[in-house]
Design a protein around this ligand. Structure first.
Ligand SMILES: [Zn+2]
Ligand SMILES: [Zn+2]
Length: 339
């Protein structure tokens, strides 16, 4: 089953708004009951239960259409025991502090639950500045420190990794790649043959595969007739699992069509299943696009093809083209297919 099982993907990404609305993608992480957000523009279409499940927000840059939704996210999460990790470009910790500075927090230390925002500003020299803001301490900026990022790696969990590169939009603009290190499918009949029951242990088993544990590693599993069976990981892999390349998606917004940006985008989005890429201007308006440090439809399609993306999803259309959505999609698609 090359490329993973399309019926059972881990990541469920979707645009938050229609293509002429604010940019943003909500990624639901199946099985973990949580979400990631790419950009925090207008979030009003996202139901509060999904905002509450959001553990990470990745902000390309803090132009208002990419960051105005911070307030809604904060409003929904306030009073909950929860940590929210936010990532953004240089200066991002100041922007987050500025958001908190807009409100009065004298009551916040009295809330039973502590809502925490952990903000990280990705610098262009491979470091990042992080700071925390706790409702319990009226969102005062604290625990500030500088960390080193390994090749733009922002999140490295057993089942999920997020990477960033900095693009030129006149100002730094971050693009992101989210991927599973591997996709593990479990075969029920394989478990039956080994006399094993299904259950929560399968999650640990998948994590052992993601971590690339040794094939000799012993795995304890519940037997179908009760008791515990211990088997080496290699045997389980051979008889009950298929391990395929993980799912990958990339998110690219607000970037000029420069050779440097093109190289970074194609590298970041290499072989992704899905590339969300901004396409604000029509192909004929390349000069205006260049002046605004944005891509055209045609450039977006070409970049998707150069990266080897399986599919491109254009968005962030300029409102000047309202009523021309189909033409814009066609321009992206024909450039994507032509390469
Ligand atoms: Zn912008
Ligand atoms: Zn924008």
């Amino acid at each position: 089953m090359p490329g993973g099982d399309p019926l059972n993907p881990l990541l469920h990404p979707q645009l938050v708004n229609p293509p002429f609305g604010d940019p943003g993608v909500l990624v639901e992480v199946r099985f973990e009951r949580r979400c990631l957000l790419l950009d925090l523009g207008d979030l009003s279409p996202v139901p509060p239960r999904l905002l509450l499940r959001t553990t990470h927000g990745f902000v390309s840059h803090t132009h208002m259409d990419h960051f105005a939704g911070f307030d809604r996210l904060l409003r929904v999460c306030l009073g909950r025991e929860k940590a929210l990790h936010l990532f953004g470009p240089p200066g991002f910790v100041d922007r987050v502090a500025g958001k908190f500075a807009a409100y009065t927090w004298n009551l916040a230390p009295g809330y039973a639950a502590d809502f925490v925002v952990k903000a990280t500003a990705v610098e262009e020299d491979g470091t990042a500045l992080t700071a925390e803001f706790h409702s319990r301490r009226s969102f005062a900026r604290e625990a500030e420190r500088i960390v080193r990022l390994d090749g733009g790696l922002l999140v490295a969990e057993d089942a999920l990794a997020v990477r960033t590169v900095t693009l030129d939009h006149g100002i730094p603009s971050l693009a992101f790649r989210i991927e599973e290190p591997a996709h593990v499918n479990v075969f029920r009949d394989g478990l039956d043959r080994l006399g094993l029951a299904v259950g929560p242990w399968l999650r640990d088993l998948k994590r052992a595969v993601f971590r690339a544990d040794n094939d000799d590693a012993p795995i304890a599993a519940p037997g179908r007739d009760g008791g515990t069976v211990v088997l080496p990981l290699g045997r389980l892999k051979a008889e009950a699992l298929s391990v395929t390349a993980g799912q990958a998606i990339a998110y690219v917004v607000d970037a000029a069509f420069t050779p440097d940006n093109a190289a970074r985008i194609t590298d970041l989005a290499r072989d992704v299943d899905l590339l969300f890429i901004e396409s604000p201007f029509r192909a004929a308006d390349a000069e205006t696009a260049a002046a605004r440090r944005h891509l055209t439809t045609e450039q977006a399609g070409r970049l998707g093809a150069a990266a080897g993306a399986r599919r491109v999803v254009p968005f962030h259309f300029s409102p000047r083209y309202l009523g021309q959505e189909e033409e814009m999609r066609r321009e992206v698609e024909s450039a994507f297919r032509a390469e």
